[in-house]
Design a protein around this ligand. Structure first.
Ligand code: UDP
Length: 458
């Protein structure tokens, strides 16, 4: 019987089902994780929403499973993240359960086994589905470990009746989260939001949590998380860097490559890349201040203005005063959506004015590009604080959308010695991250994860 068991194991293939929500900043890292685990020998199925879907032709080795999560793209454009998350977690349960039951049957027929379900941390309701179907499961967290720790602190304080964490004005340090200040924390002030956080923290994935982070960036937070959350943590990041064989794009918007040829004509480290990611945006009035501030800084800039942010970009440029129009023509390049990975890797780029989304943060760190931080919501202020006060590669400035403030901040990053120091630190961090990926902590965590999945399926 032992021999039979061994032979059986050899022919039995392990399939992983990865489940992702329809957001750019979540889908991209999940596909990178899928690529990485496929290279380790697992078969891959990616379950995703029926819109904002990945392009299957970019991943011929994966099976894709479009599901009706009960969300639509109009829902998404409401930008009400709390409401979207609540709806998603209510409505995705039965389609996902049905799909998983079907996947288990299909796997049996094909002499495969669903070795594990890996789902995005936003979709906490899958926890009970996986448990019910007795499937080993893992959560992927696509934000920083430090951000995750703020959730824990929030729930702790709520249950112990301590001073609540929501205080968007206070510069006081939060003792259990230093060097974060109260004002750096995600807003936990609506009742619905608090419910979501509590539910997120109740999840106990059987095999643990994969974090898209690197030990050298967040060692302290990872250690604390492990202590308080009591499951295994696998800091396997930056996922986009480890999945380097996957150069395909999972962008929802078409990338404009003309900016790369423009970059090739610019001197080294001379260009400021300006982008607020896929959700945050400036109003038209603020865009005008940005244009004037950039023009007056006399620096070169590559600027992403997403469709929908402004009625018509060329009309708007026409409405600007002559000096600014000349500056845009001579020193600027405006695109609707950039191939950000390639932009940040280009030698011409010397700084990144960013909303500090976690993916953008990791992408910039991996290329040694210092940042000008303008966080808006969610985890962005946490990331900005890490960038400016822990890693010291991010510029903290007033964030006042006024041309003089902008001009000064841009010059601090691109011209002043302050910026130079950050650039040096960023290069040092870039090397540390490279080592972690090549044969250090991220490499070890990945092997530990593979072993964990295989051993539970023996
Ligand atoms: N991105 C891009 N082109 C752009 C702007 C952004 O490809 O012009 C990508 C960027 O590389 C990152 C993602 O969009 O992977 C944004 O994720 P992030 O977590 O930074 O911010 P979010 O959009 O979730 O707020």
């Amino acid at each position: 019987s032992h021999q039979f068991h061994t032979i059986h194991m050899e022919i039995q293939r392990h399939r992983l089902v990865l489940i992702t929500p329809p957001f750019q900043g979540h889908l991209t890292p999940m596909l990178h994780l899928a690529t990485i685990l496929h290279s380790k020998g697992f078969s891959i199925t990616v379950a995703h929403a029926h819109f904002n879907s990945p392009d299957p032709s970019n991943h011929p080795n994966f099976s894709f499973l479009p599901l009706f999560y009960g969300l639509s793209d109009t829902h998404i454009s409401s930008k009400n993240v709390v409401d979207i998350t609540a709806t998603l977690n209510t409505k995705c349960v039965s389609p996902i359960k049905e799909a998983l039951i079907h996947q288990i049957e299909k796997a049996n027929i094909n002499h495969e086994k669903i070795a594990c379900v890996i789902y995005d941390g936003l979709m906490y309701s899958i926890d009970s589905v996986a448990r019910e179907l007795k499937l080993p499961n893992i959560v992927l967290r696509t934000t920083s470990a430090t951000n995750f720790l703020t959730y824990h602190a929030f729930v702790q304080r709520q249950s112990s009746g301590c001073r609540p964490l929501q205080d968007s004005m206070s510069l006081d340090l939060v003792p259990e989260l230093e060097p974060l200040r109260f004002k750096d924390l995600p807003m936990f002030n609506s009742c619905d939001m608090q419910k979501q956080i509590a539910k997120t923290m109740e999840v106990r994935p059987s095999l643990g949590v994969i974090c898209n982070t690197v030990n050298c960036l967040e060692e302290k937070s990872l250690y604390r998380l492990h202590q308080v959350y009591k499951v295994s943590f696998f800091p396997i990041g930056p996922l986009h860097m480890i999945a380097e064989e996957d150069s395909s794009s999972s962008s929802f918007v078409e990338e404009d490559y003309s900016c790369i040829s423009w970059l090739k004509k610019q001197p080294k480290k001379s260009v400021l890349y300006v982008s607020l990611g896929s959700i945050a945006s400036w109003e038209e009035k603020e865009l005008t201040e940005v244009a004037c501030g950039l023009a007056n800084s006399k620096q070169k800039f590559l600027w992403v203005i997403r469709p929908g942010t402004i009625r018509d970009v060329s009309e708007w440029v026409e409405s600007l005063c002559k000096d600014v129009r000349v500056a845009i023509a001579e020193r600027g390049c405006i695109v609707k959506w950039a191939p950000q990975g390639e932009v940040l890797a280009d030698e011409a780029v010397g700084g990144f004015w960013s909303h500090c989304g976690w993916n953008s943060t990791l992408e910039s760190l991996c290329e040694g590009v210092p940042m000008m931080c303008q966080p808006y919501f969610g985890d962005q202020r946490v990331n900005a604080r890490l960038l400016s006060h822990v890693w010291k590669v991010g510029l903290e400035w007033s964030n006042v959308m006024e041309r003089n403030e902008i001009e000064v901040a841009v010059r601090r990053l691109m011209v002043n010695s302050e910026g130079k120091e950050m650039r040096q630190k960023a290069l040092k961090l870039k090397n540390e991250i490279k080592i972690a990926v090549k044969d250090g902590s991220s490499y070890d965590a990945l092997n530990r994860l593979v072993k964990t999945i295989l051993s539970i399926n023996l």
